[in-house]
Write a protein that binds this ligand. Structure first.
Ligand code: SF4
Ligand code: SF4
Length: 362
């Protein structure tokens, strides 16, 4: 069955609902990345999104797409967090080289998480001006914005009329952004859902605590979470990160099955409310903080083990994984250098300390 196509820009351009998010590419080999992209393209995935900030994701995708000879069958979408015009152009050219292409289909202003960032990119000689110049020169077709900002700010970004699509952190747990999903959709913009599985939080099959995510068409928790999102007609593309070929096949089944019912969707949201108290602890494993830690702490792994211990209750497993780390939480100096890079606004040093107190000693 073909993947449903949804409108992704105001001119009515459509993309298949299931996409490929490149954030997990640094975790896998080139061989596996190529196999995943190959299977995704075979199943009808077109929207492939990445960023120069996702480790070697752009390089891996570039090599895979070249090897598979599928450049004309996919839409490549990348981003820049640069705020100045010259820096943006430099970033853009580097992305073209890494992705081994001469053009992009979509380009996003990235990590625009507050008004200061937005005003900087909108300023004279800033990134937006340069991006539009690159679009006029034919280097990419459609301009988007990727944001974790508050809803009022996002509405303001949309109201400028500069963007054709918006990438939002939206999933069955993070439903606070739903009103801007509606707003963007109402204005004709495409909505790309990033973090559809909340960095793995919704896809852990180690826990029966979230069995309510599944319906009769979902064999796994991840499929249930994807089905929840796919049933929202306002979402254009799900940017799902895969680390196994099998995950692509599972996601394909999830989005091509019958739509999840509204009643089941509500049940899932209600079920996830029980985890609300952990909101300030759940790491989305974006790894934006990683390169900023002078101690080289594997922050996302540590916070994942803490969640596994505290939230999923798989204590022994989590403690074993934590104690197998080369660098553990006691290496954290609480310098705070990671804090401004966390889109989830987590108090990282505090959580790291808690993780070590809870899991350490093995
Ligand atoms: S506060 Fe800890 S985890 Fe964060 S950058 Fe400093 S040492 Fe690394
Ligand atoms: S702590 Fe924050 S920045 Fe670091 S991986 Fe987790 S969500 Fe991302």
């Amino acid at each position: 069955m073909a993947i449903e196509k949804r409108r992704i820009t105001p001119d009515g351009f459509e993309a298949p609902l299931l996409g490929l998010g490149g954030m997990r590419m640094p975790d896998i080999s080139q061989k596996k990345a190529t196999a995943i992209i190959n299977r995704a393209v075979e199943l009808g995935v077109k929207y492939i999104e990445t960023s120069p900030g996702y480790g070697d994701s752009e390089e891996k995708i570039g090599i895979a797409v070249e090897e598979l000879g599928c450049r004309n069958r996919v839409y490549i979408s990348t981003k820049s967090s640069r705020r100045g015009g010259a820096e943006l152009r430099e970033n853009f050219e580097r992305s073209l080289a890494r992705l081994r292409t001469d053009r992009f289909d979509f380009y996003h202003m990235w990590f625009v998480n507050d008004m200061d960032a937005f005003n900087a990119l909108m300023s004279k000689g800033g990134a937006l001006e340069e991006a539009k110049r690159l679009r006029d020169e034919g280097y990419f077709k459609r301009l988007g914005i990727t944001t974790h900002a508050g809803n009022d700010d996002i509405r303001h970004f949309i109201d400028t009329g500069e963007f054709e699509l918006v990438t939002l952190y939206y999933n069955a747990y993070d439903t606070g952004v739903e009103e801007v999903v509606q707003y963007a959709w109402g204005k004709g913009l495409g909505v790309v859902a990033m973090g559809p599985l909340k960095g793995g939080f919704l896809s852990s099959d180690n826990t029966e605590k979230m069995a309510f995510l599944r319906d009769e068409h979902a064999e796994t928790n991840a499929q249930g979470a994807l089905r929840w999102l796919a049933a929202d007609e306002r979402v254009s593309v799900l940017a799902v990160g895969y680390t196994e070929v099998e995950h692509v096949e599972q996601a394909y089944k999830a989005v091509t099955g019958p739509r999840m019912t509204p009643g089941k969707r509500e049940e899932i949201v209600r079920g996830l409310k029980a985890f609300e108290k952990h909101k300030k602890e759940i790491c989305s494993c974006c790894d934006y903080c990683k390169e900023h830690c002078p101690q080289g702490l594997p922050i996302s792994s540590i916070l994942t083990y803490l969640a596994q211990y505290e939230i999923y209750g798989i204590k022994e497993f989590a403690a074993r994984r934590y104690n197998g780390l080369k660098t553990k939480g006691d290496a954290c100096t609480a310098c705070g250098a990671c804090l401004e890079h966390c889109p989830q606004k987590l108090n990282i040093p505090e959580l790291i300390e808690k993780a070590h107190a809870t899991l350490g000693g093995g």
